[in-house]
Ligand binder design. Structure first.
Ligand code: 2DT
Length: 212
């Protein structure tokens, strides 16, 4: 996989706090890329349709309790089970726009305090490394005003503040922080420009392994 050089798709991840607009922006980005002639496909984590994903869904809607370690590993397993699909899309030249990935996996779990960074990172090591992470940044107090906020686990202001700090601690050179406290179309335009720059830069470059 590492020496795959021809025209390949880019792995683009959108990250950020709950209700910041990741899913709408990711969907919009896929449409805009397609209109411009770049094959693109949406993916999101957790992917709740698989057996592992169903357990995660039950946990998030509070119909099931799991230890912090167990739910962390399920979120990670949910990514690993989709690695073959991710690799196939990239090989086919399809650009993937992924709504949450290992950075959510780390930022939320580490915010629980009982879990430490290196323990959480272990099972994530070696997943396909994104070519670009677009971090939609906003102050959590701006999110609690949104209608759907507070319905699922983790949607609590103090917790979101911790998650934001933990996200920021994961910043690397393939990250771009985007101010999400602006109109949808302005944020969308920034995402599109960054995505196109990345798509144009990946052919000939291998897909790296995350945190390896
Ligand atoms: P959505 O509301 O975006 O479906 O997310 N989460 C997500 C984790 O704790 N670890 C992970 O690895 C992922 C992908 C963030 C559901 C919630 O699940 C959290 C919010």
């Amino acid at each position: 996989f590492a020496n795959m050089l021809a025209k390949r798709g880019a792995l683009i991840v959108i990250e950020g706090l709950d209700q910041v607009g990741k899913t709408s922006q990711a969907t919009n980005l896929v449409e805009k890329l397609k209109q411009l002639g770049h094959p693109a496909q949406f993916m999101g984590f957790p992917e709740r349709s698989t057996p592992v994903g169903k357990m995660i869904g039950e946990y998030l809607t509070r119909s099931k309790d799991l230890s912090d370690e167990a739910i962390h590993l399920l979120f990670t397993a949910n990514r690993w089970e989709l690695v073959p699909v991710i690799k196939q899309h990239l090989r086919d030249g399809t650009n993937l726009v992924v709504d949450r990935y290992s950075f959510s996996g780390m930022a939320y779990s580490v915010s629980k305090k009982g879990l430490n960074m290196s323990w959480c990172k272990g099972p994530e090591v070696g997943l396909p490394r994104p070519d670009l992470v677009l971090f939609l940044d906003i102050h959590p107090s701006r999110l609690t005003e949104r209608e759907a906020f507070g319905q699922e686990r983790y949607e609590d202001l103090k917790f979101q503040e911790a998650v934001r700090e933990n996200f920021k601690a994961l910043t690397e050179d393939y990250w771009q922080v985007v101010n999400a406290d602006r109109p949808f179309s302005e944020v969308g335009q920034d995402l599109l420009e960054a995505a196109i720059r990345t798509i144009e830069s990946v052919p000939g470059k291998p897909v790296l392994r995350l945190w390896a």
